[in-house]
Ligand binder design. Structure first.
Ligand code: FAD
Length: 529
């Protein structure tokens, strides 16, 4: 008993010493940080907004939030922490829009850098009228702002995400994929140059030719090697023709009952050499009463009578979604004929062709419309236990059978997006991870929203369990898939995620961020001490 008492007292003493040491550390960190000359400022009080993200499941409270006004603010803070040496416990998380799912843009007791504060730096469009135009933007810029600015010059970025209220630095740290990726590759394949602040506080420009190791490492690098403060992004002419209803985009949806037929057509379209469509995606409708109507809201059936007679009899449906952009020089009738011809070659259920015409801006910003609706119903800021996977083409039918046919029996709380992309459009030198070997792989995004507080099937715990079942099923079947926007908790899992890229990933970490100060919320490396 006496020994136990001694051990207990000793433990309490030890913990108090640690707590005291930490308190001293933090208070000396705070005063030294406060003394830094900055153009922007460090906020120590109002830090709660930086402790949340879109996933709404993880919460880490930072010590301070940096609101930088220039790249030198970012560099000064990082250099300051670097100079404190490996024993400083401070870490740094760049926060774009905070649309991560599991705290990837958070840090406990560290510094969050609010990248959007850099937005005031002007977007500069170059090469208008030249063959390869581009735009220089801040790493905290939102893609929607880039769209608005570049459209003034009749130009637009080539590659997108489905949702544009995300930052350049946030999507370039992952990949940035949407229905244009089959032609142009992900956003990380459409960047010419970056300005990066490394974990030592150096400001470096990098590109294919200059500091190329850093350039390739940062793209898809999950924020591990540096903070992207500027990016040079490739542009192309934006569609210009005002179509029937003042739109420049013809947007179409058709249905399949058979997954294999749906996937075959998607693959055929993305592999075609002629530019049949400019955007190719798809989604799964796990059939439920009433849902069949909501997926085609604001779309018009080609043949209303036939469409109204179509019954799915409770089976899953697979919806192919394509879009065609129109330009002034295109002849409207000819283009319409071509679209019809391209559709004719597909094997969808003939009565299920629905279409609409929208402006290019409306088309690209389409998810924002859903966001506004969900916000108005209080359903945007709920937990989002999303699962994003990259599935090799050769195993996608097996995946669909096991997952859409068995595990996902009720997906009323969010879309399930499925579309293929071509690996050859991805630069294998980047840090982004894709399934090995095969030329085509599928993005499968299971974007379920949870009902807050529910302990039922629509509650966060049950959805997380269901996601786990999907991963276990895929693992057991040896499907060779990879997570997109990956989340792992052990070094072993990260090593196997990166596969042959792991050694380079570790080498770059020790070269550009040796104290493992950056992006701790990814939980790949422990802070050096
Ligand atoms: P954050 O969540 O703030 O940050 C993400 C990670 O990047 C963190 O680790 C952070 O530290 C790091 N980071 C942020 N900024 C920088 C920087 N400047 N330099 C270095 N590291 C940085 N993704 C797709 O590919 N395609 C889609 O269609 C798509 N649709 C989406 C739709 C919605 C509604 C949502 C919420 C997300 C979607 N995503 C999509 C995922 C999205 O691309 C990622 O979540 C992305 O990280 C979000 O960007 P963010 O600006 O919010 O980054």
């Amino acid at each position: 008993k006496r020994n136990m008492l001694i051990v207990r007292s000793f433990t309490i003493l030890l913990l108090s010493c640690i707590a005291f040491k930490l308190a001293c550390c933090f208070s000396s960190s705070i005063s030294s940080l406060k003394a830094l000359p900055l153009v922007g400022h460090l906020e120590f009080e109002d830090v709660h907004p930086a402790s949340k993200d879109f996933g709404n499941r993880y919460q880490l409270l930072p010590l301070a939030v940096l609101h930088p006004k220039s790249v030198s603010d970012v560099a000064s803070v990082i250099r300051h922490i670097w100079m404190m040496g490996p024993h400083s416990q401070l870490t740094v998380a760049a926060r774009g829009r905070g649309h991560s799912l599991q705290g990837q843009a958070q840090t406990r007791n560290g510094i969050v850098i609010r990248m959007e504060s850099l937005q005031h730096q002007k977007l500069k469009v170059h090469g208008v009228g030249a063959p390869a135009p581009f735009v220089d933007v801040s790493g905290g810029e939102l893609w929607i702002n880039i769209l608005h600015e570049t459209l003034k010059y009749g130009l637009a970025p080539k590659s997108w995400t489905d949702y544009l209220h995300l930052t350049v630095g946030g999507t370039l740290s992952n990949a940035g994929i949407s229905g244009q990726a089959f032609r142009h590759g992900p956003q990380i394949s459409n960047v010419h140059q970056l300005e990066v602040v490394t974990g030592k506080g150096e400001i470096l420009n990098c590109s294919e030719r200059q500091n190329s190791d850093l350039f390739h490492g940062v793209l898809g690098g999950l924020g591990q090697f540096g903070i992207i403060t500027r990016a040079r992004i490739a542009l192309e002419p934006a569609p210009t023709m005002l179509y029937v209803n003042n739109g420049q985009v013809k947007w179409m949806r058709v249905l399949y009952l058979d997954f294999a037929a749906f996937a075959r057509d998607q693959e055929r379209l993305i592999s075609s050499d002629d530019d049949k469509f400019d955007y190719i995606e798809g989604f799964v409708i796990i059939n439920r009463t009433g849902l069949l109507d909501s997926w085609r809201l604001s779309f018009t059936p080609e043949d209303p009578i036939e469409a109204s007679q179509f019954k799915s009899d409770g089976r899953n449906l697979y919806c192919l979604e394509v879009a065609k952009y129109f330009n002034n020089e295109d002849k409207k009738d000819v283009m319409n004929q071509e679209v019809k011809k391209s559709l004719f070659e597909l094997s969808y259920i003939s009565s299920t062709l629905f279409s609409t015409e929208v402006t290019y801006e409306e088309f690209l910003d389409r998810v924002h419309v859903s966001e506004m609706k969900l916000r108005s119903k209080g359903q945007w800021e709920v937990p989002h236990p999303w699962l994003n996977l990259l599935v090799p083409r050769s195993r996608v039918n097996e995946f669909a059978k096991g997952v859409f046919g068995n595990i996902l029996t009720d997906t009323s709380n969010g879309p399930v997006i499925v579309y293929p992309v071509n690996k050859s459009k991805w630069d294998n030198r980047s840090s982004a991870v894709t399934p090995e070997e095969e030329e085509i792989f599928y993005l499968v995004a299971i974007l379920t929203s949870a009902v807050p507080g529910s302990t039922g099937l629509d509650g966060v715990d049950q959805i997380v369990k269901r996601n786990q079942r999907i991963l276990e099923f895929s693992e057991a079947a040896g499907l060779g898939l990879k997570q997109y926007l990956p989340h792992y908790t052990t070094r072993h899992e990260w090593r196997s995620h990166f596969g042959p890229k792991w050694d380079d990933f570790v080498r770059r970490k020790s070269r550009y961020d040796p104290f493992a100060m950056l992006a701790p919320g990814q939980r790949i490396f422990d802070k050096a001490s």
